[in-house]
Write a protein that binds this ligand. Structure first.
Ligand code: GLV
Ligand code: MN
Ligand code: MN
Length: 441
């Protein structure tokens, strides 16, 4: 017995269309074992042993040899699953599964497989391998969808190596120009373009993505909220604003033993004061639910007996409220100017990433929530604290995300990152059912 439901979509008031779904969709099941085996196999690429904890971590910084090895592996898996694979000019890898109506806009899913240098096996990979597992399951069942399905991994979501996050997906939606992306450099002066070329991932397909019909991404939560609430899954309502700065401080390098404290222009001390200020700003409550981090700081020349004459540091601000974010940026700028006067230093900074709060589609969220309910999974709505490729694709089509809870307070960007096989299976089963529903009629 097949029940049919109908829904109506609109996106930015310019397009609207009707979808329908079959009750049978609720019965679809992925292979949890195959998904897990794939996650663990990819987790071996770039694996390292964390000295302090003895845990196995993953280091696949974007476009390094390890990332290229991961890319080749997952691309091969895409091909083995019968996907027609294209590599675009920014290195995004997209596999297409035909639909009954091949001319229709596809339903898309994916994420990233690059990692921070101290990662676990789940961040991004669950979304990519989950989407691949959906395709493998449909292949096993010989099941066609009306619309094509596309599965993607986007280049350098993390932003750790070249300084800007969501690089591939931002280029795919036209937020970042290809030439700007190509010229970004890592600490050794190697460019995105050069590294894409070196690894054979400088593709020829246009990087601008024709708008999909809908986009759904499954990701680990990377935080403690879902586990603390004791719910099975999260329906992601959107992503908070992100602002990154690369800050350069110039003071005066001098002898640590002979230079009186009153005669110093200590660039290292200045960086430390910015770090403390960030912390105080975040705790003050004046900027709403702001989070602030100085994740990198390099005093120069970095010697025990030299007052640092230069320092470079980063600033990462997150805020679910755009106005609060703008206020924090303005006040931080004023603090830099006051430090210059007080400490005799010069502070310059570059905005390396800036994205506003993004709201996901209510309709796609409703589809996800309905499938969670149908499967008897408890769930709650949750705003993402981390950035995701989905926030870029959301500018093209109705988009939402599924969050899978993590263990150990949902710790992430850390080798301890872990979600159970059962939780991953739950999330990807909902992904499969949502993709099939969205790709039907
Ligand atoms: C991506 O992991 C981010 O920094 O939010
Ligand atoms: Mn991620
Ligand atoms: Mn991440």
């Amino acid at each position: 017995m097949v029940a049919r439901g109908y829904g109506f979509f609109s996106h930015r008031g310019i397009s609207s269309y009707v979808f329908s779904w079959d009750a049978d969709v609720k019965e679809l099941q992925i292979s949890g074992k195959r998904l897990w085996d794939s996650l663990m196999a990819l987790g071996e690429v770039g694996a390292y042993r964390d000295e302090r904890t003895g845990l196995k971590g993953v280091n696949r910084l974007a476009l390094t040899d390890a990332d290229a090895q991961g890319r080749r592996l997952v691309k091969r898996w895409f091909e083995e699953a019968g996907l027609e694979v294209r590599v675009d000019r920014v290195g995004n890898v997209i596999g297409r599964r035909k639909g009954r109506r091949s001319g229709d806009a596809p339903v898309m899913s994916g994420s990233h497989i690059d990692s921070v240098p101290t990662a676990g096996a789940f961040d991004g990979c669950l979304g990519v391998l989950g989407a691949l597992e959906c395709v493998r399951t449909l292949n096993d069942l010989g099941m066609e969808t009306d619309r094509p399905l596309e599965v993607a991994f986007f280049t350098d979501e993390e932003g750790c190596r070249f300084g800007t996050d969501m690089l591939g997906s931002a280029a795919a939606v036209g937020r970042l120009e290809l030439e700007t992306v190509y010229e970004l450099k890592d600490r050794d002066g190697l460019t995105v373009r050069g590294e894409l070329e070196r690894h054979g991932f400088l593709g020829t397909a246009p990087e601008r993505l024709p708008p999909p019909h809908a986009y759904v991404e499954c990701h680990i939560e990377q935080g403690p909220i879902l586990r603390a609430a004791g719910v099975d899954l999260g329906v992601v309502t959107g992503v908070q604003a992100i602002s990154w700065q690369d800050v350069s401080i110039t003071g005066k390098s001098s002898h640590a033993g002979t230079t009186p404290m009153s005669l110093r222009s200590d660039a290292g001390l200045c960086a430390a004061r910015i770090a403390v200020r960030l912390h105080e700003m975040a705790l003050s409550g004046r900027y709403g639910e702001m989070r602030a981090t100085m994740g990198a700081v390099q005093p120069h020349p970095g010697m025990v007996n030299i007052v640092p004459g230069r320092a470079r540091c980063t600033v990462d601000l997150r805020n679910p409220d755009d106005a609060m974010m703008a206020a924090a940026e303005k006040d931080l700028e004023a603090f830099y100017r006051s430090l210059e006067k007080e400490m005799g230093v010069t502070i310059t900074w570059r905005q390396t990433a800036r994205t506003p709060r993004v709201a996901f589609s209510e309709q796609v969220q409703a589809v996800l929530a309905r499938h969670m309910d149908a499967a008897g999974h408890t769930h709650q709505r949750i705003m993402s604290g981390a950035g995701h490729d989905a926030q870029e694709i959301a500018s093209l089509c109705p988009t939402a995300m599924i969050f899978v809870p993590g263990e150990y307070d949902g710790i992430s960007h850390n080798p301890r990152e872990y979600s159970t096989p059962e939780a991953c299976t739950r999330g990807v089963n909902v992904l499969l059912r949502a993709l099939v529903e969205l790709a039907t009629a």
